[in-house]
Design a protein around this ligand. Sequence first.
Ligand code: NAP
Length: 461
Amino acid sequence: MDASWGIAVIGSGPAGFYSAGELFRQESFSIKVDMFDRLPTPFGLVRGGVAPDHQKIKSVTKIYSRIAENPNFRFFGNVEFGRDIFQSDLLDHYDAVIYSVGSPADRALGVPGEDLSGSHSATEFVAWYNGHPDFSNHKFDLSVKNAFVIGMGNVALDVARILAKTPEELAATDIAGYALEALRESQLENIWLVGRRGPLQAAFTPSEAREFLELREAEAVVEGGPLELDTESQKILETEAGKDTKKNIEILKQISEREASVKKKRVHFLFLASPVEISGEGKVEKISMVRNQLVRRDDGSLRPQATEKKIEEDAGLVFRSIGYLGKPLADLPFDHKSGTIPNECGQVKDPENGNSFRCREYVAGWIKRGPSGVIGTNKQDSVETVHRMLETFQAEKMEPGQYITVPDIVSLLESRKIEYVSFADWKLLDAHETEAGQAEGRPRLKLTSIAEMLEIIRQKR
Ligand code: NAP
């Protein structure tokens, strides 16, 4: 019997690749990794989530590609867990499984009118402009004048920035071709960022905020004029606030104190406001909000509390950007409140079975800890999972192959007639996209349909 451990990794985003990388770093274990992704393309949110104008961040894929070069690594793209392969298949073929499937859904606001046409989740819009095949047919009415983005995290800032940039600014990116064309026709004049708490509690990071000082044809403003903190907030800034918060306040001050200009669009930062209703005749026409005040809870946190003050604005588009949410996976436990798979240090546990641990199933990334942190956060997270897994192998005195009943996954995929994509196939697609992009002075021209991707791979093989 092959003395290597066989590990399946489900999901090829940062958490999946950092897990594979850490598995290959082990000197006392010989490990083979098969990574599966439901798309023919690897890299998860680096391809489908990171904003197209943040190309530098995307260069992290070079590290992942190096991991993929390991002779003990195989990629099986276009293979979906729960459709093409199932938990029982994985447990038959591998010693253990790491699920690193991310958080593909989104949180709802829970206000009337949220389902009107013109009200979308940021996740939809982000996936759309990034050319995700599941979202390429979505439509966003950009003929309206006012868009409201609810939330003050980095995703909200991404959405606002993409809406605010000029076609020329966007043309230098790898934004999906159809999105570039749609945004070229945009009639938007006002983009509002709505935070339920104050500037000190904003979830965005300084480098993302700073970009609003540099938009070519959009002026950023802080609603309410020059930023002045109340006494309580000023005290917090001086005593409790971290480095990023201090920088955020400096940037917001800079934004709020700038001379008004005659740029075409405006991005309004509106703090201490929450939507209470989205309304209109069959589509979004108005947004009603309440003004909030902050109250300190017993646990010390500052939470928003509605006041009597109301705000009503004309709105044509609303994007809720209040956090991603995990989806349950077949045959795995799930905590609906946090949107994660219950686990301890990455080892899956069954709350309905006395919190017993599953020795062969693990999680990494957002499905493990929830949708927080930057790409690099997943490295530490995956390292923890891998070590927990290897410690369990030792504690349980497991041997490689002990539970494996079927030798290789390829025969199963072939018997099910699944057209899987290898990493070499992906490289063909990658070369095709980048060559097509270079011809137009863009980093890449993304293919946005799975059928088209498979066709190109078949032609180039
Ligand atoms: P996030 O950072 O958790 O921000 C969510 C925002 O939604 C917060 O402002 C939050 O306000 C607000 N919110 C939550 N529930 C709300 C409600 N019911 N009503 C109104 N507002 C509500 O989430 P995210 O922006 O989706 O980002 C996810 C992760 O990806 C973050 O860690 C982010 O930093 C990362 N990311 C990084 C980059 C980058 O590095 N460039 C880009 C995109 C995403 P409260 O604070 O009041 O809860």
